[in-house]
Design a protein around this ligand. Structure first.
Ligand code: ATP
Length: 258
């Protein structure tokens, strides 16, 4: 099958600092792909580079058969590569309804927009209950739901999520990953999610990559990754669901993964 997204040898710098290099990733249509990694591994840099927020220094991003690297963020999102940024970033002084409408601003198919709004409200009933409220008054979990709903209103082919678990309880994180799984299953939308919470990401995604110090160091199905001794030790041992605080140093020292 032709991949929906093909990332080849991608490299991004911040001034004199190389944040990511030699990155190769594929997302097949209809799959959920997770990129796992500790703090500072380069996960946000990867998504921002794919979304056109940062220009890569080197490499290619082929999306739906077209080279999109170096294009601006608006052009990339109009092609269906839509990012839910870290920290949600909803419009706090707009209502929930208007935030969702903003996600569909470039669409001209009013009927399709109405159907998608109904779908989003079915996935996230709390957004329907709170449609008139200012988004800034929602809880962190509800804001994450709104950010995902708003991104869906842009009809993504590939929905990219930056650390959806950030600041959320394990229960809420599980609920949100469950709904993202439904979005994939019910609409065929592919998902690329970057996460520090490896346990939850490996449990919900189909394929996974592990990123360390700006490089991909392991790639497999999530089922296979979850069986690997090194991955279990660094990510899933006692610290599962609690972040990587206990294992980050060991993780940083490792160069290769079996
Ligand atoms: P986190 O989960 O903490 O966001 P991450 O895996 O998303 O981590 P990035 O935010 O992509 O990692 O950071 C990758 C590297 O690039 C880190 O070493 C970070 O310090 C550096 N970096 C990130 N943003 C900038 C910036 N604007 N200027 C300089 N260096 C940066």
């Amino acid at each position: 099958m032709t991949p929906l997204l093909q990332v080849q040898n991608l490299e991004t710098w911040y001034g004199p600092i190389v944040a990511m290099q030699g990155v190769n990733i594929e997302v097949q249509p209809g799959r959920m792909v997770a990129v796992l990694g500790a703090n500072g591994a380069g996960k946000t840099t990867l998504l921002n580079t794919l979304a056109g927020v940062i220009d890569p220094f080197k490499g290619q991003v082929i999306f739906n058969g077209e080279a999109v690297h170096g294009r601006d963020a608006d052009a990339v999102s109009r092609r269906g590569l839509v990012l839910v940024p870290e920290g949600r970033q909803v419009y706090p002084f707009l209502s929930v309804r208007d935030n969702l409408a903003m996600g569909a601003y470039s669409r001209r198919d009013a009927d399709g927009v109405r159907d998608d709004l109904a779908r989003v409200q079915q996935w996230f009933p709390r957004l329907k209950e709170r449609e008139s409220q200012h988004a800034g008054l929602l809880s962190g979990g509800e804001q994450q739901m709104l950010a995902i709903g708003r991104a869906y209103m842009g009809r993504p082919r590939l929905l990219m999520l930056d650390e959806p678990s950030l600041g959320l309880s394990p229960l809420l994180t599980k609920e949100i990953f469950g709904i993202v799984g439904r979005i994939r299953d019910e609409t065929g939308t592919a998902v690329l999610v970057v996460e520090q919470n490896a346990a939850i990401a490996l449990a919900h995604a189909d394929d996974g990559y592990i990123m360390e110090l700006g490089r991909i160091v392991a790639a497999d199905t999530c089922e296979a990754l979850a069986q690997k001794a090194d991955v279990r030790e660094a990510y899933l041992g006692g610290a599962a669901g609690q972040g990587l605080s206990g294992t980050a140093q060991r993780w940083r020292r490792r160069k290769t993964w079996r």
